[in-house]
Design a protein around this ligand. Structure first.
Ligand code: SF4
Ligand code: SF4
Length: 349
């Protein structure tokens, strides 16, 4: 991997070099009732609108790769025949300017299921393959626990990764395209004093995490505690609203629906993101529901993230961004849920 440093004033030039493309980055969308800025990934046209040094966005960048609603195919009918059009043509290239490590890790995990599996999702692939990602280091928030999930840094999945080291930005160059792009701005080779500043910045960030999840032997503990009472306690609180899956950067479950025009002249097939917490998620033909209680649905989400995915891919599907706990109206946060299951396992002994 190649490293360089550049003056903070050069960030604007990097933005300008890349803004010939569709450029998406963190912006201040709204202000919370407590006067905190609420960030969102939006298309950015002006450097002044870019909130590069942002905290966690309320929604993840997932919406650009897996939109909440997507037309997969459309059909046009006439007297003699019908025509079908499948909508997975390659998308326009998109530059993501300022993505945190947890969100890049989330895309890497989605890739395992939607890109690298036996049956890749062409709609996801068309978007994912056509991106240039500039990552940036974060300031841990009270609800983030990405460090516990080994997701506060990334080794692949982006083209550039920029870390604030005080007077300068330290830049990791991860692709040949990134190397070419950097020719458009003024950079210097990273020297040993810059390496030392980078390590100091990483140490400082690590020390700022206040929220932690103990993942030691978690797969086994979850297997042991499948019938634990705590699942019912959390289930009684859960509103089955699906907000947690909506804001989660790694939830990818979706349903499909055929929508037929009233004139019967056209139709389309839509994909809609779904949530395993919604009451009809596990409903099958005949009206039978495999998971009719909120406790079993909530438990399923946790087992998929922290057990099933680990067994299949040797890492959790949760990257510890903390968005689901922040957004949940019932105050259900992964750190608390997992801690309660662990406690129950210890008390059982
Ligand atoms: S855990 Fe929270 S956000 Fe998720 S479905 Fe239940 S109430 Fe909604
Ligand atoms: S489960 Fe929650 S904390 Fe984990 S990745 Fe999804 S939103 Fe983030």
């Amino acid at each position: 991997m190649l490293f360089c440093v550049f003056a903070k004033s050069e960030l604007r030039h990097l933005f300008e070099v890349l803004s010939y493309n569709c450029l998406v980055g963190p912006t201040v969308k709204e202000t919370s009732p407590e006067s905190w800025p609420l960030y969102a990934y939006e298309q950015v046209f002006d450097f002044a609108d870019l909130a590069f040094e942002h905290t966690t966005t309320s929604h993840s960048p997932k919406k650009y790769f897996l939109p909440h609603r997507l037309t997969m195919a459309s059909y046009a009918l006439n007297d003699q025949s019908w025509r079908k059009e499948v909508h997975f043509t390659p998308e326009t290239p998109v530059v993501f300017f300022g993505m945190h490590a947890c969100d890049i890790n989330a895309l890497n995990r989605l890739d395992k299921v939607l890109l690298d599996s036996t049956y890749p999702n062409p709609f996801y692939a068309a978007r994912r393959r056509n991106t240039f990602i500039v990552g940036t280091s974060c300031s841990p928030q009270p609800f983030c626990f990405c460090e516990s999930m080994d997701c506060e840094t990334v080794l692949h999945g982006c083209d550039l990764f920029i870390t604030d080291i005080g007077e300068l930005y330290f830049c990791e160059i991860r692709s040949s395209a990134a190397y070419q792009v950097l020719q458009g701005i003024s950079t210097k080779e990273a020297k040993s004093e810059h390496h030392a500043l980078f390590i100091q910045a990483a140490k400082k960030r690590k020390a700022q995490f206040t929220s932690q999840m103990d993942t030691t032997d978690l797969v086994m503990i979850l297997d042991m505690e499948f019938q634990a009472e705590v699942w019912h306690e959390w289930g009684r609180r859960c509103l089955s609203c699906g907000t947690c899956a909506s804001v989660c950067p790694t939830c990818y479950c979706y349903g499909t629906e055929q929508l037929i025009d009233l004139t019967l002249g056209s139709a389309r097939k839509e994909m809609r993101l779904y949530s395993c917490n919604l009451v009809d998620f596990a409903e099958v033909a005949g009206g039978f529901n495999f998971r009719p209680e909120s406790a079993t649905r909530l438990k399923y989400r946790y087992y998929h993230k922290h057990r099933g995915f680990v067994e299949a891919f040797e890492e959790s599907l949760c990257v510890g961004c903390g968005r689901c706990g922040q957004a949940c109206l019932a105050d259900i946060a992964p750190v608390d849920v997992i801690a309660s299951v662990r406690r129950e396992a210890e008390e059982d002994g």
